[in-house]
Design a protein around this ligand. Structure first.
Ligand SMILES: NCc1[nH]cc(CCC(=O)O)c1CC(=O)O
Length: 287
């Protein structure tokens, strides 16, 4: 990020200071984040530093951003998206289909668990957290036969050699905004907004806007795994695929919407309404 900003403006390396801030989401590795609860597990500490003017911009995985930002902060810039797909990671098996009957999936993501179970109802899910090295060690120890991680994260960390197979969206639709990085700044900071402007990737921003409008509309009304991914299918035309699933993967409500890029947010809202409508009132209660 500092390199990109420097390159855009001909800055010297020391004109851009990187402040490393560990968030609750980074620190808690021993229990599922669902249990830790609360929104903004990966964002709160960075936002506090923005308000305190200890930093001028915060770099986030957009996937970790709550649907609604605190008053006074905005996402000014979205960088070009990395591979949005989930990676199937295994030391012994080549793909989800290749796993043995009753095989063990390690994940603490309710979305990935539900989608894996939808494709392979025979599989068992064990809770899995920790960084990539920890997870690979757990795979080696046989705690699970396979795990899922975002391709984007692995690619950025230079660990793409661990991607056994990339999951296609028809089997494992990515989380909203997966693979996209957003820059959050103080809403009144025009100077920083100007500096960041050349880094914005409009097509990614449009797709993420559609996905996040979908998420915003669902959040609160929906305690079930959510997935949503938009891409450009032609000049000025986007396609948003969106779904919600029951935790066990047995029930799914999925939609596939297309429309003009200028209408990204309304496409997202419409998708949410249709997903909920299709799911019906029993979706969340019937076991
Ligand atoms: N849940 C944490 C998180 N937030 C963003 C990424 C990956 C990078 C991205 O999606 O941009 C990850 C790790 C993962 O899901 O494997």
């Amino acid at each position: 990020m500092a390199r990109k900003l420097g390159a855009a403006h001909g800055l010297k390396p020391d004109q851009c200071e990187i402040v490393v801030i560990k968030t609750t989401g980074d620190r808690v590795t021993d229990r599922p984040l669902i249990e830790v609860g609360g929104k903004g597990l990966f964002t709160k500490e960075l936002e506090e530093a923005l308000f305190a003017k200890e930093i001028d911009l915060a770099v986030h995985s957009m996937k970790d951003m709550p649907a609604v930002l605190p008053e006074g902060l905005v996402i000014s810039t979205i960088l070009e998206r990395e591979d949005p797909r989930d990676a199937f990671v295994s030391l012994k098996f080549n793909s989800l289909d290749d796993l043995p009957e009753g095989g063990l999936i390690g994940t603490s993501s309710p979305r990935r668990a539900a989608q894996a179970l939808r494709a392979r109802p025979d599989l068992k899910v064990v809770d899995f957290r920790g960084n990539v090295q920890t997870r690979l060690r757990k795979l080696e120890e046989g705690v699970a036969d396979a795990t899922f991680l975002a391709c984007a994260g692995l690619n950025r960390l230079g660990l793409s050699q661990h991607i056994t197979a990339a999951m296609e969206a028809d089997v494992m639709l990515p989380a909203v905004a997966q693979g996209a990085i957003g820059i959050e700044i103080r809403a009144d900071d025009e100077a920083v907004a100007r500096l960041l402007a050349p880094l914005n990737h409009e097509p990614t921003a449009t797709c993420v806007a559609a996905e996040r409008a979908y998420l915003t509309q669902l959040e609160g009304s929906c305690r079930t795994p959510i997935a949503g991914h938009a891409d450009f299918i032609a000049d000025g035309m986007i396609r948003l695929r969106a779904e919600i699933l029951s935790t066990d993967g047995k029930r799914i409500s999925a939609v596939d919407h297309m429309g003009g890029a200028a209408l990204a947010e309304s496409i997202g809202r419409d998708a949410a309404a249709q997903v909920l409508d299709q799911a019906g009132p029993d979706f969340f209660t019937v076991a």
